[in-house]
Write a protein that binds this ligand. Structure first.
Ligand SMILES: Cc1cc2nc3c(=O)[nH]c(=O)nc-3n(C[C@H](O)[C@H](O)[C@H](O)COP(=O)(O)OP(=O)(O)OC[C@H]3O[C@@H](n4cnc5c(N)ncnc54)[C@H](O)[C@@H]3O)c2cc1C
Length: 509
């Protein structure tokens, strides 16, 4: 297929689709593609090629962990693969002998979600084959992807393919912080890739950089493995995530599409940060029925982290966490809120407010918080804030960490600062090749720039690719809430719908 004078022309590759990366997002794209081809009467003769090096297709990085202490941070009721059937995952769990009835609606180990995704993928694969769609899986890394009038040329290993459409679902980038330590054997750059924490001896002293959900996963994994050495979590600004209590259904009154339309004049004007903050303030204060002391909420914590954690656990146990249900209710609308904000408002949110948003929005399941509180009470770990520097002392064979005006020394260092968004630091040759030619563009807020609705990648010259879509955590600058399965699944559907619709329609810019 080619695009000439604004009209999409078909080529011999139009019935061939590629999905690069078969994590949770790749599964979402694959399933949407199969269903849409079947529904549109285009199944017979279509081909879908899947590219993934991992043995387990569909499990992805976040859900491949075998450890039961690594829980989904969202309730099962929010993790359905069918947007129109939110209880699908809950019913799937209820059918398993190893999940108790009370756990089925709650926070289950992530490994169960990987199994669920794989089963869902397997069903779609069977349906595809039954309907005459040829599905080919390639256990290889895609190293380049280039468009011309014949289609999208994809290089994987020594093979060269031409496709009508390509869906890139490459997942996260590892953290781009502390890369200088990656050659040291006592440094864990990513818990989810490579050897992880298994090599850490039970009596070693451990420093964990960060206090987010990944740090919580690290603490619980070390505890489960019987770790005895001292552990310290280091943070720059914030402390441990808050704790999720019972979920209460909340209907949004202020952070709504109608209000966004009103404020932006049907999206003809962009919102400043203060306007968005005001919508959220009203939503929270109306929902809670109280005026919030924002100075106190936004202030740096003064109390010991154990005290705060104990209090947060108590509030969650008493069900006094309605604020979480209110924030949770905004999941679906948040990408639209983000789209309505001015570039300055988004940039200011990222630098000034992202850490406090994450502390409340990406908070801990109560079970994990209770385990963490036990650990804290046993003095199994501590938290040091105001992290200023990290270095490695060759003579002492230890990391030296300056935090809170004191120097700490640890034998092992674990990077739990989250994923990276700097494309130029990525070790993916695919991303580097695309960047070098200007076939993708870094978003000013990190990650990849794409069209909000169609997920087509934005080229360096500002034009949109006619055939390449990028879906997944790296579109954070455009959709914001891409560290959730929910958003990536919705985007997978949008990309597939756009790709199949455009086969018959005039090309966009
Ligand atoms: C530790 C962790 C826990 C999380 N927990 C939750 C949660 O509880 N709930 C929630 O909603 N969200 C959670 N998330 C967010 C999560 O990132 C997304 O929900 C989702 O899993 C992202 O999936 P993905 O398929 O985009 O990426 P990935 O799972 O990373 O999959 C990308 C795949 O692409 C493959 N790949 C990469 N490059 C190439 C290439 N060049 N060629 C071929 N294949 C390639 C990789 O091998 C990989 O398998 C979590 C994230 C993390 C990191």
């Amino acid at each position: 297929m080619s695009v000439e004078h604004g009209v999409v022309r078909t080529t011999g590759a139009d019935h061939r689709y590629a999905v690069a990366g078969m994590g949770a997002t790749g599964v979402g794209v694959f399933v949407a593609l199969v269903r849409s081809l079947v529904a549109g009467g285009r199944a017979a003769g279509a081909e879908i090629h899947i590219f993934e090096t991992k043995e387990r297709l569909g499990a992805g990085v976040a859900y491949s962990t075998p450890h039961d202490c690594h829980l989904l941070n969202m309730r099962a009721a929010t993790m359905s693969v069918h947007a129109d059937d939110p209880d699908h995952f809950v019913r799937w769990l209820a059918g398993r002998e190893d999940v108790s009835a009370s756990d089925a609606g709650e926070y289950v180990p992530r490994r169960l979600f990987a199994e669920y995704l794989q089963e869902f993928f397997g069903d779609a694969l069977a349906e595809a084959r039954q309907r005459g769609i040829k599905v080919v899986t390639h256990k290889s890394v895609v190293s380049d992807c280039r468009e011309d009038e014949r289609g999208v040329h994809l290089i994987a290993g020594l093979d060269h393919f031409v496709f009508g459409r390509v869906f890139l679902c490459l997942g996260d980038l590892p953290s781009t912080e502390y890369l200088e330590f990656t050659k040291l054997p006592t440094y864990v750059h990513s818990m989810w890739q490579g050897a992880g924490l298994e090599a850490i001896g039970p009596d070693a002293t451990v420093g964990i950089l960060g206090t987010s959900l990944t740090a919580v996963d690290a603490l619980l994994q070390l505890r489960t493995a019987g770790h005895r050495g001292a552990i310290t979590c280091f943070s720059r600004r914030r402390s441990l995530p808050k704790v999720q209590g019972p979920r209460v259904r909340h209907t949004l009154r202020h952070v709504t599409e109608a209000n966004l339309r009103l404020l932006t004049g049907d999206f003809t004007r962009q919102l400043e940060f203060t306007e968005v903050a005001e919508l959220f303030r009203r939503e929270l204060e109306d929902g809670l029925g109280i005026a919030i002391d924002w100075t106190r909420v936004l202030a740096r914590p003064k109390e010991m982290f154990t005290h705060t954690l104990a209090k947060d656990v108590e509030l969650a146990e008493k069900g006094q966490t309605l604020w979480y249900s209110i924030l949770d209710a905004t999941s679906e609308i948040v990408p639209l809120v983000w789209r309505s904000m001015s570039p300055e408002a988004r940039a200011s949110f990222m630098t000034e407010h992202l850490s406090i948003w994450s502390m409340f929005r990406h908070c801990m399941p109560l079970d994990n918080a209770r385990r963490l509180l036990d650990m804290a009470t046993d003095n199994a770990f501590t938290v040091a804030s105001d992290l200023t520097s990290v270095s490695y002392d060759e003579d002492a064979r230890a990391f030296r960490i300056e935090a809170g005006g004191a120097a700490h020394h640890v034998e092992w260092l674990v990077n739990a600062t989250g994923t990276g968004f700097a494309l130029d630091c990525s070790d993916s040759s695919l991303i580097q090749n695309l960047l070098m030619r200007g076939d993708i563009t870094p978003h000013p807020l990190g990650g990849i720039d794409v069209d909000f609705d169609t997920l087509r990648v934005v080229r360096r010259d500002g034009s949109l690719s006619a055939r390449a879509h990028y879906i997944g955590p790296l579109t954070r600058g455009v959709h914001f809430y891409t560290n959730s399965f929910e958003t990536n699944l919705a985007n997978a559907h949008s990309a597939v719908a756009a790709a199949l619709t455009r086969l018959d329609s005039p090309a966009a810019a």
